[in-house]
Design a protein around this ligand. Structure first.
Ligand code: ADP
Length: 655
């Protein structure tokens, strides 16, 4: 039923070619008990691996029940192996994290898609270890471990058992036990093929094959084999090919279960790689939330100001060198310009001069650098900045250049100690000012605090604070929103007629922007900031992914023998691939979920402590969650593929 013809196997070791097998031909009948003997290096294991489909000969034919096996794919071989063969190794190769019972049931994970421990229990009983079912391999003696391994080999009801030095690591008492079990199995009709170098063991077989230098040198029958009637007909090709194509959701659930167990066994390592993903996802979600919050806050503030506001500023110049300053002077705006706009352009309701700058604020022992803006009395109404406490300064106060100030809430809190500041005297750039009002709260975002500012009369700002005779901007209010476009051109024309600007610079000499423009500019710049932050955060997510890949690669090389064993008991490539892929996905998915929670908590904290506007959107959460899952798949794929492509025998040999 099993026929090997002219099987050869070579290994290349540097310049040396090692002929492990040199044209071996062999027929094996069902129910036989064969010992393969010979000195070390004679090719015994290689022959056994080829018979067991763990290895493929370079040359020659191998048929089981007349079917040529060279034609089968690797996955079909895996299924054939688990249906027909059971393996027993010198090193037992039990999985250390599983109990004896689970170890016995392991092949069922691949043949039935489930660790059916109830099927494994009778087999443990058969090898006399029923009371050890819950023990782990490190709690058992060598002989007991080997008996568990034999029970594992039996769980798929194989036609034959292939044993490579099964007693090689055992004391003589265990040796007798193991041989006893193997003989019993043979009596029950299972073919046994065993490699050994001990004559004592070899003599107990019914057929003795001796090898030397990759060839069979003798083949003698010691005892009659039991007649098998009818011959076993397991492992028919149809069934095998079906099995190879089968994909079950149950498999995935089982792999998931196993993956979580493995990850739980390596808590620190798993935790650290999760941390990488956690930080990445948390960073992405938080950054996007901050950016969105800033954008939304700015949009809200600007749109509340109305659409009938325009701002006139001197333009940006392209002139080279000395020409620049001169042109700068000719386009400087003056108080007279503001009055001219208001009087000469009919659609203009109000034109308010403004001076911007920064000032050093001192109060008692506090020092604070803030934005100090010189404005006219109409500013409060135009910008919805009417004080909530106290009052705005009057026209008269503005004209008389009085040193009065209206302060933002941040200043009240940080500098003035939170108490009612009305009537208090503060110093701005060493000049005394009296606080007469508090500005309404406008809020803050990650990029700026709208409440960290002081308004003072524009004339005071020019003469007493900044010492200049020009203004920085003119706020223009139109009667109707539709008129802003017309006002814009009229204003520029008026300014050009009032200032002698060289022809080449006229186009850029003055800039009139309306709120919609400003809003768009702000949005664009916060969008860029958001994008930039998100990109940086994404990089940390990628770094997290590389961390996962690293850990998985370590895990693959650490578990190479385990992979070899799983393949030997019938795992196909896809099984190994999904096992490792599921592990890396679990790491990144759990890390991702924790990261979202972390981001949620930190944005709440940021808006509470720093007062920043934030906005977590469902889309950014979903995006980063799927992104982190994708990171798990992409970075897990390479190690998982690497594991799945290992040849079972190379993997089993790995030290
Ligand atoms: P035995 O089991 O009789 O000790 P093996 O079948 O293990 O012998 O090995 C036969 C020969 O092939 C030995 O010389 C061994 O060094 C060589 N060999 C086996 N496997 C490999 C391998 N993966 N790479 C290189 N040489 C190998």
């Amino acid at each position: 039923m099993l026929e090997l013809t002219g099987a050869s196997k070579k290994y290349q070791m540097g310049d040396n070619t090692i002929h492990a097998l040199r044209g071996v031909s062999l027929k094996i009948e069902p129910g036989d008990f064969i010992a393969i003997m010979g000195p070390s290096g004679s090719g015994k294991s290689t022959l056994l691996h080829i018979i067991g489909l763990l290895d493929i000969p370079d040359q020659g034919s191998y048929k089981i029940n007349g079917k040529e096996l060279a034609d089968l794919s690797e996955d079909e071989l895996a299924v054939f192996r688990r249906e027909v063969m059971g393996f027993v190794f010198q090193q037992f190769n039990l999985l250390p994290r599983m109990s004896a019972l689970e170890n016995v049931a392991l092949p069922l994970l691949y043949s039935q898609g489930k660790l059916q421990v109830e099927l494994a229990l009778p087999l443990l009983e058969r090898v006399g270890l029923k009371d050890r079912a819950g023990h782990h391999p490190n709690e058992m003696s060598g002989g007991q471990q080997q008996r568990v391994a034999i029970a594992r080999a039996l769980v798929n009801q194989p036609m034959m058992i292939l044993a490579d030095e099964p007693t090689g690591n055992l004391d003589s008492k265990s040796e007798v036990e193991i041989m006893g079990i193997l003989k019993q199995l043979n009596d029950a009709g299972i073919t046994i093929i065993m490699v050994t170098h001990e004559d004592e063991i070899g003599k107990q077989a019914k057929r003795l094959i001796r090898m030397r230098d990759g060839q069979i040198i003798s083949d003698e029958r010691v005892m009659e084999k039991i007649p098998l009637n009818p011959p076993l007909n397991k492992g028919e090709m149809g069934k095998v090919q079906n099995g190879a194509a089968r994909f079950q959701i149950g498999h995935v659930i089982q792999h998931f279960h196993q993956g979580v167990k493995t990850l739980a066994a390596n808590k620190i390592r798993t935790g650290l790689s999760m941390l990488g993903i956690l930080i990445g996802v948390a960073a992405v979600v938080t950054m996007v939330a901050l950016g969105r919050g800033a954008q939304k806050a700015i949009e809200d503030q600007l749109s509340s100001l109305g659409t009938n506001l325009l701002v006139l500023r001197p333009g940006a110049f392209r002139g080279a060198g000395g020409a620049l300053a001169q042109i700068g002077e000719t386009t400087r705006l003056t108080m007279a310009d503001a009055e001219a706009i208001k009087e000469q352009i009919p659609a203009v309701k109000e034109a308010a001069p403004g001076v911007t700058g920064r000032g050093q604020l001192t109060y008692l022992d506090k020092n604070w650098n803030t934005s100090v803006i010189g404005v006219s009395p109409s500013y409060g109404r135009m910008h919805a900045d009417t004080p909530i406490v106290g009052r705005f300064f009057s026209d008269d106060e503005n004209k008389r250049r009085l040193r009065v100030a209206i302060v933002g809430t941040t200043i009240v809190r940080e500098v003035l100690g939170g108490k009612n500041p009305l009537g208090e005297t503060i110093k701005i750039n060493k000049v005394n000012f009296q606080v007469i009002g508090i500005l309404p709260e406008k809020g803050a975002n990650a990029f700026q605090d709208q409440d960290d500012r002081i308004l003072i009369p524009v004339t005071t700002a020019m003469r007493r604070l900044y010492g200049k005779n020009y203004i920085d901007m003119i706020d223009i209010e139109s009667n109707l929103p539709e008129e802003t476009a017309a006002i814009s051109t009229q204003t520029v024309d008026l300014m050009l007629s009032r200032h002698r600007v060289p022809l080449s610079q006229r186009q850029d000499a003055f800039m009139v922007r309306n709120m919609a423009d400003i809003q768009a500019a702000f949005s664009a710049s916060t969008q860029i900031m958001t994008l930039l932050l998100a990109v940086i955060a994404t990089i940390s997510l990628l770094v997290g992914g590389i961390g996962i890949m690293n850990i998985m690669l370590v895990s693959v090389s650490e578990r190479t023998r385990e992979i070899g064993l799983r393949k030997a008991v019938g795992a196909r490539r896809g099984d190994i691939l999904s096992q490792f892929l599921i592990e890396s996905m679990v790491i990144s998915a759990v890390g991702g979920i924790l990261g979202v929670f972390f981001a949620w908590a930190s944005t709440i904290l940021l808006s509470m402590v720093a007062g920043w506007a934030t906005s977590i959107t469902l889309s950014s959460v979903l995006l980063s969650f799927f992104f982190s899952a994708a990171v798990g798949i992409i970075f897990g794929l390479y190690p998982a593929r690497k594991a799945s492509l290992l040849s079972p025998i190379e993997a089993l040999r790995y030290e």
